[in-house]
Design a protein around this ligand. Sequence first.
Ligand SMILES: Nc1ncnc2c1ncn2[C@@H]1O[C@H](COP(=O)(O)OP(=O)(O)OP(=O)(O)O)[C@@H](O)[C@H]1O
Ligand SMILES: [Mg+2]
Length: 372
Amino acid sequence: MGATFATFERLKNKGVSAFKTGEYAVAKTYLVEAAEVLVELAESAKTEELRSQHEEYAAELIDLAKECDRRKGQKGHARTVARERADDEGPDASEWIVSERPDIGYDDVAGMEDVKQEIRLKMIYPFTHPELARRYGVGTGGGVLLYGPPGTGKTMMAKATAHELDATFFVISPAQIMSKWVGEAEQNVRKLFEAAKSQDKSVIFIDEVEALVPRRRSEGSTVMQRVVPQILQELEGFDRAADRALLFIGATNKPWMLDEAMLRPGRLDTKVYIPLPDAPGRLKLLEMYLASRPVADDVDFGRLCDLLDGYSGADIKGIASQAATRPFLESVTGGEPRAITMSDVLEVLEATPPSVRASDLVRYEKFAGSGE
Ligand SMILES: Nc1ncnc2c1ncn2[C@@H]1O[C@H](COP(=O)(O)OP(=O)(O)OP(=O)(O)O)[C@@H](O)[C@H]1O
Ligand SMILES: [Mg+2]
């Protein structure tokens, strides 16, 4: 949108001169930003030629940014910018694959007991009880789409599922494909799926999965047009690895923007609605985020729970931490440390409307009602 060639040049020049003086951390930041601007420019490029020129150049900048990482570790002196082409399968390939072993489990996710149970049944038990699953003809693997309003714990739920399975968690973010991975997106997607398949148990998580499949293909960037079919193909290959737990989770807060292709059998074929927290969920959230701080006796959790109807988990977390800042500020400015009171919370609450509008909720429920 706001990207201009001048912005790009400014960022690139800053990046290159920082590189020359050996300030690799700074250089990397500018180079990545410059590449991002280029990607944006590429998307709005008037001709195909210009577009691919921009994309290629962006890829070169990203290479240079990666070089910054390598050199940061070496503490060497500044060298010339001349880019020695590192061997393609270099050791840094792994740095593009984001994987982790999440340490949050289902107990850390408030509410959604039915959702947890559904995922346990469809995704976890078949792997933890393979003989029984075989006996009853229950299949393993496949994909789940978690959809629902923002801030309801979808990302958290995906991580917690990996934890419950004791699996390695791999993340694909379309935003990352667009910026970091430009120029080598296909290669990286392949590497990521290979890495996931080499583990006993993995969860591949695609956040903002709606961004992955532009509805009108003509509008999508060329990167996505190449990468999306590849991801779909990799997903199909999932089932074949029958003995290993390979689970695929997508999350979105705009399910109506998803491409039908993504929802086909073998892909994200199980749709799970992650709604705003219900009353028990809200109470648990208050326990997690408010009761874990010093609170006064006058704090009425039942009443707060009612008042917070319509708020998301992220909203409630935010309100609790804002309520804590008042007594905290008082105490750092010399006041006697005191507990968080009901009025601290109420004041924040009054100033904070729910982040999800009722009209949006209707859209989610409509989507929930269609499909299945
Ligand atoms: N059910 C929940 N239990 C505990 N914490 C929650 C819950 N829902 C939200 N939160 C808190 O809110 C933060 C945001 O949640 P998360 O990122 O998982 O939401 P999301 O549904 O993925 O949102 P988005 O659609 O915007 O990506 C979490 O880091 C967590 O701290
Ligand atoms: Mg999320």
